[in-house]
Design a protein around this ligand. Structure first.
Ligand SMILES: [Zn+2]
Ligand SMILES: [Zn+2]
Length: 179
């Protein structure tokens, strides 16, 4: 969706949006394996208004994404619900830029430089922010046995008991290092 800046007024407007977020899949496809996979479209609502030159957005979206668990290497799906607030300020001219950049860091502002606000990149950014740092099918996922490869969430380890406890310790140590 594109919103012409001139149509953003002081009185808030609410719209429903449906944005294509497929591009995020190609972002993650560059990695060795995909941590996350996204549906083609994401639905949400957006309220927008202005105060002077500053544009304010309050949005919410929800969707079902796929994850690839970093411990047991299994696909799982999870729901994301997120609300976000954004302020866009006009891109400063070159002379103002240094001061503006400092201000931007403090306030977490973003710029707009065209007379059309494109929603897709803003939504994509919010989706990335909503993702967990590591994909885990569940908080207490037991992972795979380093010895026999059994998924310890739902299988008995096939290694002998001593080797099994050793390899479990090995997984534990690796997890700690990777954190
Ligand atoms: Zn898992
Ligand atoms: Zn085992």
């Amino acid at each position: 969706m594109k919103i012409p800046v001139e149509q953003i007024t002081q009185s808030p407007k609410e719209v429903k949006f449906s944005e294509r977020i497929e591009k995020l899949n190609s972002l993650f496809a560059k990695e060795k394996y995909r941590d996350f996979q996204f549906p083609p479209m994401l639905d949400g609502t957006l309220v927008y208004y202005r105060s002077g030159q500053e544009l304010f957005f309050h949005g919410a979206f929800g969707g079902k994404f796929e994850g690839y668990c970093s411990r047991c290497l299994t696909d799982y799906s999870f729901k994301v619900e997120k609300e976000f607030d954004l302020v866009l300020v006009p891109s400063p001219s070159r002379s103002e830029r240094r001061i503006e950049e400092l201000k931007r860091e403090e306030l977490g502002l973003s710029y707009y430089s065209t007379d059309m606000i494109e929603l897709a990149p803003l939504i994509e950014e919010q989706v990335l922010l909503a993702l967990p740092t590591r994909p885990l099918c569940r908080e207490d996922c037991q992972g795979l046995c380093g010895g026999c490869g059994a998924n310890l969430n739902n299988e008995e380890c096939a290694c002998n008991p001593i080797a099994a406890s050793d390899s479990r310790m090995a997984i534990f140590r690796t997890l700690k290092v990777n954190r």
